[in-house]
Design a protein around this ligand. Structure first.
Ligand code: FE
Length: 340
């Protein structure tokens, strides 16, 4: 009996040792930009804390967190879509981020009202148009992209993409389902080709004359212009940036965040908090803007010169969690209206 007790206490001891905080932090990340490696290296150089990253798409990572449960090695869940963070929270795999973890200068309008994630950057889903075939004065709103004047001229990627799903969710939240369904049918009728490729590919298609305007995330224009490939610089220079829905009465351009959630069973919670503090600091925010051309979540940091040259714009102040709440309805509308 004594032996058994001794053996059991050994077991308990070794289990809790496995979950003991180590000098590392484990990320499950949906982000796919080279700037991230640089951020994590800078953080390790500063703190000695090793950063381990598992990259996959957000739905896969949420499944993995659910399956691993209390034994999950993950501390942080990093996404490029508030909708996926909303899903993660609904799935019960997150805990609230303590307010001390988030730099005090982070824009208040980007924060989660329930504190389940910390924003690191934001991006707008904008219109880009051919410098040769479209006049700026012809553009106005997302709604107007359904106008038959754009027939066979509009380029956009497929509806399985989270960026499009977030945009559609914002339109459902703002206009309601019926109006959104009509809008989506109009968009599909204006496609220059069946949806395919990435956001960058839509811009390249404009440069190649396959369409005249496209819906893309803002930072991809920065990435194209800063590219080392001549073809990409040429594509970037063939278009101009337009922020839709800017009129005095209008709601502003759709934005989404890249953000970090703290996992429910984070084994290295203190290190995770340190990394959130670091990534929301002025120092790290400058690294984001100058490498990935995203907008900084920290109000003290300016966007890169390229991004600044597009001017300031009004953002849609819709609660970012609506991008998750309205997602099922958005997906239904894509299917119903034949947006592949
Ligand atoms: Fe992206």
């Amino acid at each position: 009996m004594r032996n058994l007790l001794f053996f059991m206490s050994l077991l308990i001891c070794s289990c809790s040792m496995n979950r003991e905080e180590r000098n590392e932090v484990n990320l499950y990340s949906q982000r796919h930009y080279s700037v991230d490696e640089l951020q994590y290296k800078n953080f390790t150089d500063k703190t000695g804390i090793k950063v381990n990253v598992v990259k996959a798409n957000a739905d896969e990572l949420i499944e993995r967190l659910k399956n691993e449960g209390a034994n999950s090695p993950a501390d942080l869940f990093v996404t490029v879509d508030a909708g996926k963070l909303y899903n993660a929270r609904q799935s019960g795999v997150l805990q609230q981020v303590p307010s001390k973890a988030i730099n005090k200068d982070i824009r208040k309008d980007l924060l989660d009202s329930d504190s389940y994630w910390a924003p690191i950057t934001y991006r707008s889903r904008i219109i880009v148009y051919s410098n040769e075939r479209v006049q700026k004065s012809e553009l106005s709103t997302y709604e107007d992209l359904a106008n038959p004047k754009w027939k066979k001229r509009l380029l956009v990627r497929s509806s399985s993409n989270a960026y499009n799903q977030a945009l559609m969710s914002s339109i459902v939240a703002n206009l309601g389902s019926d109006a959104t369904e009509k809008w989506s049918s109009g968009i599909v009728a204006n496609f220059a080709r069946d949806p395919k490729g990435s956001d960058r590919d839509q811009v390249k298609a404009i440069a190649a004359g396959q369409g005249d305007l496209a819906i893309v995330n803002s930072y991809y224009i920065g990435l194209l212009l800063a590219s080392e490939k001549e073809e990409e610089i040429k594509a970037g220079n063939s278009v101009s940036v337009f922020f839709p829905n800017q009129g005095a009465e209008n709601r502003g351009s759709h934005v989404n965040i890249s953000a970090i959630g703290l996992t429910k069973n984070s084994p290295n919670r203190e290190n995770a908090i340190k990394l959130i503090e670091y990534l929301t600091s002025e120092e790290a925010q400058k690294v984001y803007v100058n490498n990935s051309y995203e907008y900084p979540a920290n109000s003290l940091v300016q966007p890169s010169e390229i991004v600044k040259s597009w001017g300031e714009f009004k953002i849609d102040k819709l609660n970012l969690n609506a991008l998750g709440e309205y997602r099922p309805e958005a997906i239904k509308i894509f299917d119903k209206t034949g947006w592949k």
